[in-house]
Design a protein around this ligand. Structure first.
Ligand code: SF4
Ligand code: SF4
Length: 203
């Protein structure tokens, strides 16, 4: 699994949830087609009359998520950039997605504007595996964002976290260790450690 594989899952699902923030700071989400994925970039388009377009022009932060039939979930958080050479990109998108011709026939297609997501943090989450599997990736200039929990040197080795972890992804050691690829980020260990040795990685 790598970043391109994650983007390809979004492309294969095709109808993904795209979230933005409106002028009041309220989150807004809608289903948008993932039109093209190549070279660790995701392409989509929207019409200039849509609120989605206005929101992107005001604030280009965007989140995208989808799940496939195998219960593999991908989510992405990054920025969208409007592409110049509008007609060339819209023609390319229609070539790759011929069904668009019935929605926007002939030259009506040029009411659409093409966007590219080239900078993002991506998370892959596979609920079909036991224990669950998760991985994270970065595309473009975004920096890695650590999430979940880790065990500090204050651990006294009582074993409580290992016993209660629903995914059995904590192993004994000095200190005990969380196997990040299998962690649900549920926080049960964090809430129950008697010496508060478990810390949020994002803190
Ligand atoms: S519950 Fe806390 S002290 Fe006990 S093993 Fe886990 S991290 Fe260490
Ligand atoms: S956050 Fe939940 S799944 Fe992850 S190690 Fe702690 S108890 Fe286990």
């Amino acid at each position: 699994m790598n970043a391109q594989d994650c983007l390809q899952i979004l492309r294969n699902v095709k109808d993904a949830a795209f979230a933005t923030v409106d002028e009041k700071g309220t989150p807004q989400v809608r289903i948008i087609d993932v039109m093209l994925v190549e070279n660790e970039k995701l392409y989509f388009c929207t019409a200039r009359g849509k609120d989605f377009y206005a929101q992107l022009m005001r604030d280009n932060h965007i989140a995208v998520t989808a799940v496939n039939k195998e219960f593999q979930m991908v989510r992405l958080s990054g920025t969208a950039k409007k592409l110049t050479e509008q007609k060339d990109w819209i023609d390319r998108i229609f070539q790759e997605n011929p069904s668009m011709n019935s929605v926007y026939p002939n030259k009506s297609r040029y009411i659409l504007e093409p966007f590219c997501i080239a900078n993002a943090n991506i998370e892959f989450f596979d609920l079909s595996k036991e224990p669950i599997n998760r991985e994270s990736f970065v595309i473009g200039e975004n920096k890695e964002q650590k999430k979940g929990f880790e065990i500090s040197s204050s651990c006294i080795g009582c074993g409580k976290c290992k016993k209660i972890c629903p995914q059995q992804c904590i192993s004994e050691g000095k200190p005990y260790e969380i196997h990040q690829n299998h962690c649900l980020h549920c926080g049960l260990c964090f809430e129950n450690c008697p010496v508060k040795a478990i810390k949020r990685r994002s803190a």
